[in-house]
Design a binder for this molecule. Structure first.
Ligand code: ATP
Ligand code: MG
Length: 409
């Protein structure tokens, strides 16, 4: 049997990037031979094994054929006769369809190295269209390598467009889609992921609520970029520039969904978009079975981001309601993430990327003031149950009034 490194490990080594996860393909072996050598089988779907010592992945060379809708609709064929070239042709992009042996001899039948040099993401064969997930994968690679100058080949965009129009994207499971989306959002240029999906018509299929933001105007005074979709992309870009976690990036993408529902007569104003957007945010969250922390933050940011921007003008009682809504006493981190998302929203505007955001420290100070109200004296005064809750609220309100006066004096 022969073993080759394939996929990302070869691609990233040739790009001079650090290689983290190594995939290997084994040619000329049977499952029985692998097991006899101590490899542990994984993956119900394909003949993939873990090395007994290193734990790295070894897959038997295989061919694939589409046999139905969605990803379940694949049959594969693995046997010692399947050649390296046959295995490589089923892969998504030419830059992912190279293999190298221990001596770093490159096998590159589909000219991945040429495309690496030309900075092009190009599909390997028309079989690309057999798995709609590849639309998301290409967009994700575009987001990852945009900084190196990579773009998607025209003919690959054409295929992605056909796949989007065919309705096949609807057959993707929530889990597979979210895995790509969440990884893409954590790349260096997550806005490129959304842009590529939009350009090929996939955004309209996957997240019509986000797609609907493009072409919707906002008031130029606050939003020199005017277009709501472009604003969403800029906010996402800021979230990456500021190394925000996934929760914040997800909230950034969805924070303004309500603006897509504003009747045209009301443009460019978007009254109460914070509220109208909530059901859309909920729908997107549920569609992709998004993790709970991401779901929650997106909803809270959607509902309260304008409160964040007006923090210094908020009455003490409104400020208190905001802090209570975030349960800052038990969830301090979540409030920090809210503040971060608001700041990204403020900076994700054309020409305002470097602006200061005094609201952030003001909100932090308010949270601190509310948290510092001690329970013990109230207990000593005999408060308990709901009355204790009320007394605590009164004291926190007092503290916030004092804070507001001192901070804005
Ligand atoms: P990463 O750096 O994100 O791990 P990768 O290219 O190694 O990138 P993997 O998801 O680890 O991506 O997959 C390994 C290889 O398997 C890819 O390079 C590609 O050749 C192939 N591959 C994975 N998923 C698909 C798919 N859905 N369709 C076609 N080929 C795929
Ligand atoms: Mg990999």
């Amino acid at each position: 049997m022969q073993v080759y490194k394939v996929g990302g490990a070869v691609r990233d080594r040739l790009l001079g990037l650090p290689v983290t996860d190594i995939d290997r393909v084994v040619v000329g072996a049977t499952t029985e031979e692998m097991l006899a050598q101590g490899f542990r089988p994984v993956g119900a779907d394909f003949p993939v094994f873990l090395h007994p010592k290193t734990g790295e992945e070894y897959a038997l060379a295989r061919t694939e054929r589409k046999s139905g809708r969605g990803y379940g609709g694949f049959t594969f064929y693995a046997s010692p006769e399947v050649t390296l070239e046959e295995d490589l042709i089923r892969r998504d992009l030419t830059i992912n369809a190279m293999a190298e042996d221990d001596q770093l001899n490159l096998t590159d039948p589909y000219h991945g190295q040429r495309d690496l040099e030309a900075r092009i993401l190009r599909h390997v064969s028309p079989a690309f269209a057999e798995d709609p997930l590849r639309v998301l994968r290409v967009a994700r690679f575009a987001a990852r390598y945009a900084g190196l100058g990579f773009t998607v080949a025209d003919e690959t965009m054409d295929l992605m467009r056909q796949l989007s129009e065919s309705g096949e994207l609807q057959a993707l499971t929530a889990e597979r889609s979210w895995k790509e989306i969440s990884r893409a959002l954590m790349e260096d240029h997550p806005q490129v992921f959304i842009q590529v999906l939009r350009d090929c018509g996939a955004l309209k299929e996957l997240m019509p609520e986000v797609d609907a933001l493009f072409g919707v105007p906002q008031p130029e005074t606050h939003h020199p970029e005017i277009d709501t979709g472009l604003h969403a992309l800029s906010v996402l870009e800021q979230s990456s520039l500021h190394k925000q976690p996934l929760t914040v990036r997800w909230a950034c993408l969805l924070h303004d969904l309500g603006k897509g529902l504003t009747p045209e007569e009301e443009w460019p104003r978007h009254i109460a978009h914070e509220h109208t957007g909530l059901k859309l945010i909920k729908a997107v969250n549920e569609r992709f079975k998004v993790p709970k922390d991401c779901q929650e933050l997106a909803l809270l940011v959607g509902q309260y981001h304008t409160h964040g921007h007006r923090a210094l003008e908020l009455k003490a009682s409104t400020l208190l309601e905001l802090l209570q809504s975030f349960d800052i006493y038990r969830r301090p981190q979540r409030f920090e993430e809210f503040i971060a998302a608001c700041e990204m929203d403020a900076r994700g505007r054309k020409g305002l990327e470097q602006r200061s955001y005094p609201q952030a420290d003001y909100l932090r100070g308010a949270a601190k003031a509310a948290r510092e109200v001690a329970v013990q004296p109230l207990l000593e005064q005999g408060f308990k149950g709901p009355e204790l809750g009320e007394a605590l609220k009164r004291e926190r309100l007092k503290a916030l009034k004092a804070y507001k006066e001192a901070a804005t004096a």
